[in-house]
Write a protein that binds this ligand. Structure first.
Ligand code: F6P
Length: 363
């Protein structure tokens, strides 16, 4: 009798809507077609380092498609190659990759599916190099993973941010205010660009295009002169003024990338009020953008990516990631992914479309 395939699944990095859809798709397809055993690794790489896991039955992965978050838990700190430990009150980083290799062997995993963003996939790429059979599935609200046109989670975040901008619109208009809505995205402005265009933002500020504060003030004043007594500014958390710096909200010492961005909107509001004399307020959407149920688009994408990943496991395409290219799904080497963020090109067609309807991009 052929031995049953055993597949481990982990979700790592910041959570986002759609993670459960991928877990469900990978597990269901492998159970239905191969009677495989599915091992859910808890809390991302933390679980594979410290042996935290649970067996997932067909029943466990049923009814989770519409659920936000991840049934497995996650961590955006645990990195097997740079694992933070406290020794005598001091923070140290240890290489725990050998332990990961041991645990993969001990659990008799034929494959480890790593669902995550660029950090998670960079680690997956290293694990692949170290001989672990891994398959990557790209996720992030930031939509900044190289090699794929889109990531699941992004559409849900844009939907949430757009709804927030719509709501801000009415209060901005009532109070004749400048309202600044800050969205996530780290070094990539995709959420700000998409939600800004969808929400009819008057000014959209991206990390990729440092802004001119006087230019922004002029646009706001000009709108005022034309009788538009309010303005909506959508700003990415990673945006910065020309010649200036990003605003770091906090440093997470245990994390591989330590800086957590946030708060640029408050700085902008203070400056704008001083220059224009107009009442201004800032709203930081923050983790709201990662919460709740995935949109239909993300549920479908998660199902497509998850079933494709299961198919890649069957064909032993280890060391690769499933990626979206136009209408189809492709397999690309994890090595190509592990090279930084995919940012918004300055000549992106949506920036051009925005400019054509009078949107100012701060440049
Ligand atoms: O990468 C996803 C993301 O939500 C970014 O947009 C944001 O900068 C970061 O994670 C926030 O991280 P944390 O959950 O650690 O605050």
């Amino acid at each position: 009798m052929r031995k049953k395939k055993r597949v481990g699944i982990l979700t790592a990095g910041g959570d986002c809507p759609g993670l459960n859809g991928v877990i469900r798709a990978v597990a269901k397809k492998l159970i239905i077609e191969q009677n495989a055993e599915i091992i859910g690794i808890k809390d991302g790489y933390e679980g594979i380092i410290n042996n935290k896991y649970k067996t997932l039955s067909y029943r466990d992965v049923s009814g989770i498609l519409t659920l936000g978050g991840t049934i497995l838990g996650t961590s955006n700190i645990a990195n097997p190659y740079k694992y933070a430990v406290k020794e005598k009150g001091k923070l140290k980083f240890k290489d725990m990759s050998k332990k990961v290799i041991q645990n993969v062997k001990r659990l008799k995993l034929d494959c480890l599916v790593c669902i995550g963003g660029d950090g998670t996939l960079a680690i997956a790429s290293k694990l692949a190099k170290d001989g672990i059979p891994v398959i990557g599935v790209p996720k992030t609200i930031d939509n900044d993973i190289k090699g794929t046109d889109v990531t699941f989670g992004f559409n849900s975040a844009v939907t949430i941010a757009t709804e927030a901008i719509d709501r801000i619109h009415t209060t901005a208009e009532s109070h004749h205010r400048v309202m600044v809505v800050e969205v996530m995205g780290r070094t990539a402005g995709w959420i700000a660009l998409y939600a800004g265009i969808a929400g009819g933002g008057d000014i959209i500020l991206l990390p990729e295009m440092p802004y001119d504060i006087n230019g922004i003030a002029e646009v706001v004043k000009e709108r005022n002169r034309r009788g538009k007594k309010f303005s909506i500014i959508v700003i990415s958390e990673g945006a910065k003024p020309k010649g200036g710096k990003v605003v770091v909200q906090k440093m997470v010492k245990e994390s591989t990338i330590q800086a957590r961005l946030g708060g640029i909107s408050f700085m902008l509001v203070d400056q704008l009020e001083k220059i224009t004399g107009l009442g201004s307020r800032a709203v930081v959407l923050g983790h709201l953008q990662r919460g709740g149920s995935p949109t239909p688009f993300d549920r479908i994408l998660a199902t497509r990516l998850g079933t494709k990943a299961a198919d890649m496991i069957k064909r032993r395409k280890f060391g690769s990631m499933v990626a979206v290219k136009g209408d189809s799904l492709k397999e690309i080497s994890l090595q190509k992914v592990a090279t930084g963020a995919r940012t918004v090109p300055r000549n992106h067609s949506m920036i051009q479309a925005g400019r054509s309807v009078g949107t100012y991009f701060g440049d």
